[in-house]
Design a protein. Structure first.
Length: 416
């Protein structure tokens, strides 16, 4: 993707929208740090607690956190930063970093943080892009796995065949009402392509060719994955006929779904609901011998490129505090998310946590989400074709071809 094209696109929005942004760090107070993030309420509560401890230990420093919806965070941050404004720190998943780098709105961090300090982190928690470090994460994963209710499942399936057999057995045991299972064997959000990726990788596919920017959607891997997902619903009948994220989530919370494919952001909520859950890696596809590999990504902090040089030491101090072992351990214990400090992987609280250990196994079997801007075009291209297959409007073969053509067209439009 042409960087000038990206910069031009966002620059055109600056004059129209910057007056609407609000909350930008216009005063440039050297002792005031502003963080924009898209944390869920449970994450945000922990962040506020940790920020409170930092300010108590550092009188005179004010750290302000501001929530932004995911899309608002990405676009609003770029627009503000191009205008020379915005927060000092932006926190979020790794995928927008390609846009941040292309618009030159974040600064490289490899010369700001000592190499010795960076070596304390798992490599997956350090996001390098085009030869520079742009994000240091406090969480790795942000990934899907198989969540199961131990009321129905004692031993999770390890293959697709075991998954189907177990789901059918549960549905037969609990019967049906008006033609619908009282307890579905499996559920997930099959509206969004992000939740489809594990089935694509399990059948040998990926979203890009070896150059990491050319879409690779029109092939047999995609066709077989689409057929498999449709078969689970229409032939095996182990998933609901219609299920977006909210429907699948509600079925699991209400005890009407035995197994669920969902991300690490959701697990703490199920536990708080009183459900005795287990987490396991997604199954292996027997025909290919490949594990269903979800996309994984870190979530962490990037520095606004506009931060004054004299303010950088304070930002480093704040980030190092938020990324400390104690704070990461606190977050992992409460949310079940995987930390990035390598020393914590042998901590008793992490080693003894069955859910977290299985989460780490899933991360190891996952694949890193690309941070290139072309990824956005691929998501937009996959969605209509995937949904058309599930809706019966397209064959898998036609959908794969349509996805590829649309992705190529969208990427071409970006470069013009």
């Amino acid at each position: 993707m042409n960087n000038l094209r990206i910069i031009s696109f966002y620059s055109a929005l600056v004059l129209s929208f910057v007056s609407l942004l609000g909350c930008v760090n216009e005063d440039n107070d050297a002792r005031r740090i502003i963080i924009w993030h898209q944390m869920r309420p449970d994450e945000r509560s922990i962040l506020q607690r940790q920020i409170g401890r930092y300010m108590e230990a550092n009188p005179g420093v004010q750290v302000v956190e501001l929530f932004k919806e995911t899309e608002e965070l990405r676009s609003g941050y770029v627009i503000a930063a191009i205008a020379g404004q915005g927060p000092d720190l932006v926190y979020g998943p790794s995928d927008p970093v390609g846009i941040y780098e292309a618009t030159k709105t974040v600064m490289p961090l490899e010369e700001i943080f000592p190499a010795e300090y960076l070596s304390e982190f798992d490599s997956t928690g350090l996001l390098w892009h085009r030869g520079h470090l742009y994000q240091i994460a406090d969480k790795i994963g942000n990934h899907l796995a198989l969540v199961y209710n131990k009321k129905y499942v004692q031993t999770p399936p390890t293959t697709d065949r075991e998954l189907i057999a177990l789901a059918k057995s549960i549905q037969e045991q609990y019967g049906s009402t008006a033609g619908r299972p009282n307890v579905y064997g499996l559920g997930w959000n099959y509206i969004e392509p992000f939740f489809f990726i594990p089935f694509l990788t399990g059948h040998g596919g990926w979203v890009f060719a070896s150059d990491s920017v050319t879409p690779a959607l029109d092939n047999g891997y995609m066709v077989e994955a689409l057929k498999f997902v449709r078969r689970l619903r229409d032939d095996e009948k182990i998933v609901p006929k219609d299920a977006d994220y909210n429907v699948a989530d509600a079925l699991f919370k209400d005890g009407k779904c035995a197994m669920l494919i969902n991300g690490d952001w959701s697990w703490a909520g199920y536990i708080q609901r009183g459900i005795d859950i287990g987490v396991a890696p997604l199954p292996m596809i027997t025909e290919t011998g490949l594990w269903c590999a979800p996309m994984t990504s870190p979530k962490g902090y990037s520095f606004n490129a506009n931060v004054a040089e004299e303010k950088i030491p304070l930002l480093v101090d704040v980030v190092q505090f938020l990324l400390s072992e104690d704070n990461q351990l606190e977050t992992s214990r409460e949310l079940g998310t995987a930390p990035t400090r390598r020393s914590l992987y042998s901590h008793p609280a992490i080693v003894s946590n069955e859910i977290l250990q299985n989460s780490l196994r899933q991360i190891q079997q996952g694949r890193s989400m690309p941070v290139v801007p072309e990824m956005r075009a691929v998501w937009d291209a996959m969605r209509p074709g995937y949904q058309a297959v599930m809706g019966g409007a397209l064959t898998p073969e036609a959908a794969a071809q349509s996805m590829q053509q649309l992705a190529q067209r969208k990427i071409s439009d970006m470069k013009e």
